[in-house]
Ligand binder design. Sequence first.
Ligand code: PGA
Length: 253
Amino acid sequence: MPRQPFVCGNWKMFTRAHSAKDLAAAVAAGVTDDRVRVAVCPPYPYLAMVAEVLRGTRVELGAQNLYPAREGAFTGEVSPEMLQDIGCRFAIVGHSERRHGLGEKDAFINRKVRAALDAGLGVVFCIGETLEERQSGQTHSILTTQLVEGLQGIQAAELPRIVVAYEPCWAIGTGQNATPEQAEEAHAYVRGLCRQYFGDAAAERLIIQYGGSVNPQNAAAILSEPDVDGALVGGASLHAEKFLAIVAAARNS
Ligand code: PGA
């Protein structure tokens, strides 16, 4: 069974109420078949209004983060149940900006994955090495640690609800994307790891997105690699026409 490509827009801390609605509407208008799974992840304050815009369209809503508890005295945090309640299908977990900018560790990320699944949400689980780690030959060991610790306790039967996003930190927001060969090498390694931990069938079905400076110019080459099943798009997802061009590249991949 071929894997359905998945292109997800991570809007990060961008847009305002009006532009978020306009962007969601423009993306939804451009997605007219199910060949590619498409989602957008707006900032928290705009999730509910974007959910309204996306209602009845083919574009899914995702969150950029969650806190690993059902409810409680956690000032400023948002639970997976709340995200589920307002129409999110999944949440991004383990993004490098949270790992490195906000100090999130693998064990905490693992709690988030568990909490999301328990609440009925899917997960886009991000892993990736820094430039220093790549240059010192540690890419595989970093990917192994992040994957094994982040997905600790997850059962093979739960893997279909998880998407792995390989996002080399040095490629995020830098304009310096991984080459198709670099992406394929890392993706094949990640799929091999999943084979080892979750078995052949689950690993074969696993969607592995590439993220890091994906744009309409480089998308086709990256997405044509056999183990690259989609993209997690930051900057280019803020422009409907660029994002839709990446979706089109995925459709033809
Ligand atoms: P970028 O971000 O496309 O702007 O590099 C990707 C991401 O952080 O998910």
